[in-house]
Design a binder for this molecule. Structure first.
Ligand code: FAD
Ligand code: SF4
Length: 511
């Protein structure tokens, strides 16, 4: 009877993983904590805790079912500290006839698998990762021959394909997208709901000690760790969200409030990205809430769009565009990342709050990532390598297949319009409209220029003028460029003020 070595990576902790599907007696499952994965970027400490703790708990779950698991800990003295090395070591005992793995999410690991094939004494079978709703060939077929890839059209196809929120061949309620209803500013009188926090159990506490000892120089704190590291905990987070939070998800989806990082967001991306939750199941459970009248359509459609639309779309783009994707720099951005992205030491109240919650929770919600830190990096012209690396190091849910299209594409427009049809550039007025930050800021959001003016204001116009040649032909930028044309006499002084501000904030030319 042939015996198989089955490799499970740290973000593949799913019972239905393709590599585990035909598990037979005599097979061995390999899971390994390795420095190569823990340090290819200096992940937030909470992300390391999440992945190592969830791996240990998944290994225990398999062992309890009688599966033969070879689990290699980080501090095992024989650990080769990379994935190919651990696979080769696991084969040294002999008796295993082949390796079965699931396609990794990141290009970096695909390359590692290619090197493994050359070195391994037995064949390697790599199976598709079918934990996504849209199989790779389906995305490729959808993208083929399209001049532009737009999430909205992909999302509609996915609704038809899955039947989610459909009445026959029509979208429920008659519209595909209820986004226009999901941009409300949060009134001061509305209090965000209390959120379930998962208290760290013994496995998590052990791993926190390990991470504090071995990765003390990584970004972030571990004190507030409250993420799910098992399937059962992920299910409780999801059940809490669906029952208590989802009905208001839509209304306040884009709003921000100082000191309140979670608001009505689901906080499930980490569990979902490492395989503790299933995306289609989440969407169906949200839809059921609408069908029985417990959650309104704008909330449920808005939520389903994030998972069925955005999450599947960015994964498709990452796979389709390959490794060159993150090397593009359409706006020729060439500045360093300001130190405030790490320290939070800035007088800009919005940036201080977002960096602070990121340090404490390895989390910030979408609009904070896009319109505060992302917008600032875009306007300052931070080089893509520096801001991509920051997002990879900052967040609990950061895996390159989802981080890169969001940062490189959506936030800083470095892909020249593959993910978003225009840059999400905004002045302080947007942040003021969607948050309470400006009321407690030393800067004056209403002031356009000069001493005390909100930095986003002059940086916004400086950005538009600086990138006029590249962006003014974009029909979606017609309105701001009409305003730019009307202020022609001020262009030189805005550029000079913008440049002084960029230098003062720490966005200097890269040497
Ligand atoms: P909710 O707001 O409650 O949304 C529900 C779910 O929808 C999320 O859990 C997530 O799985 C999915 N989702 C929502 N928006 C997106 C999106 N734009 N792309 C993909 N999935 C989405 N998400 C990551 O998972 N990993 C990242 O590294 C990451 N980096 C980002 C970087 C930038 C610059 C931006 C603007 C967004 C990034 N996102 C990333 C997307 C989004 O911000 C997070 O998925 C979300 O904040 C996670 O919190 P939540 O679970 O409370 O999400
Ligand atoms: Fe941010 Fe400007 Fe508002 Fe201050 S005034 S919180 S810098 S948007």
């Amino acid at each position: 009877m042939p015996r198989t070595l089955r490799l499970v990576l740290g973000d593949q902790l799913s019972d239905n993983l393709s590599a585990l599907r035909d598990l037979a007696p005599g097979d061995r499952v390999l899971m390994a904590e390795v420095m190569a994965e823990a340090t290819y970027v200096r992940h937030h400490k909470q992300k390391l805790v999440l992945v190592f703790a969830a791996m240990r708990r998944f290994a225990d779950r398999l062992s309890e079912r009688g599966v033969d698991v070879r689990y290699v800990r980080l501090d095992d003295p024989d650990n080769t500290q990379d994935i190919p090395g651990e696979v080769l070591r696991a084969l040294e005992d002999g008796g295993l006839d082949r390796i079965v793995a699931t396609q990794p999410g990141e290009h970096r690991l695909t390359r590692a698998f290619e090197s493994l094939v050359l070195q391994a004494p037995v064949p390697l079978e790599v199976r598709p990762d079918d934990r996504f709703i849209c199989p790779r060939p389906v995305f490729e077929a959808w993208a083929r021959d399209r001049r532009e890839l737009r999430m909205e059209f992909f999302y509609r196809d996915m609704r038809r394909r899955t039947g989610l929120l459909m009445d026959g061949d029509k979208p429920v309620g008659g519209r595909w997208n209820y986004d226009a209803e999901n941009r409300k500013r949060l009134p001061r009188t509305v209090r965000p709901p209390d959120r379930l926090r998962i208290a760290p159990g013994p496995v998590v506490q052990d791993v926190i000690r390990l991470v504090e000892a071995r990765f003390s120089d990584h970004f972030g704190d571990t004190a507030m760790f409250g993420w799910a590291t098992s399937h059962a905990e992920a299910q409780s987070l999801l059940a809490h969200f669906i029952a208590d939070i989802l009905p208001d998800f839509g209304d306040w989806q884009d709003s921000m409030k100082g000191g309140e990082p979670f608001l009505w967001h689901a906080r499930i991306s980490a569990a979902l990205n490492i395989g503790l939750l299933d995306p289609l199941d989440i969407c169906r459970r949200a839809e059921a809430e609408y069908r029985v009248g417990r959650a309104p359509l704008n909330a449920v459609e808005g939520f389903v769009r994030q998972i069925l639309g955005w999450r599947e779309f960015v994964r498709g783009v990452y796979d389709l565009k390959g490794e060159d994707y993150v090397r593009s720099n359409a706006l020729e951005a060439d500045r360093t990342l300001p130190g405030a992205f790490w320290s939070g030491d800035t007088e800009m109240a919005c940036v201080r709050d977002v960096v602070g919650v990121t340090q404490r929770h390895a989390y910030a919600h979408h609009i904070q990532r896009l319109m505060v830190t992302g917008n600032l990096a875009l306007l300052l012209g931070v080089h893509p390598d520096e801001i991509n690396a920051w997002y990879m190091m900052a967040y609990i849910d950061a895996f390159e297949w989802v981080e890169a299209p969001n940062t490189h594409g959506m936030a800083i427009y470095a892909d020249g319009g593959i993910v978003g049809s225009k840059p999400y550039a905004a002045s302080g007025a947007y942040i003021n409209r969607m948050s309470d930050y400006c009321a407690g800021c030393v800067y004056d959001v209403a002031r356009k220029r000069g001493e005390g003016a909100c930095p986003f204001n002059v940086l916004y116009w400086d950005f538009l003028i600086r990138n006029q040649r590249r962006l003014e032909g974009n029909p979606r930028m017609a309105l701001p460029y009409r305003a730019v044309a009307a202020m022609a006499a001020d262009h030189d002084s805005i550029r000079a003020e913008g440049e002084a501000l960029r230098m003062r904030l720490g966005a200097a030319p890269r040497t």
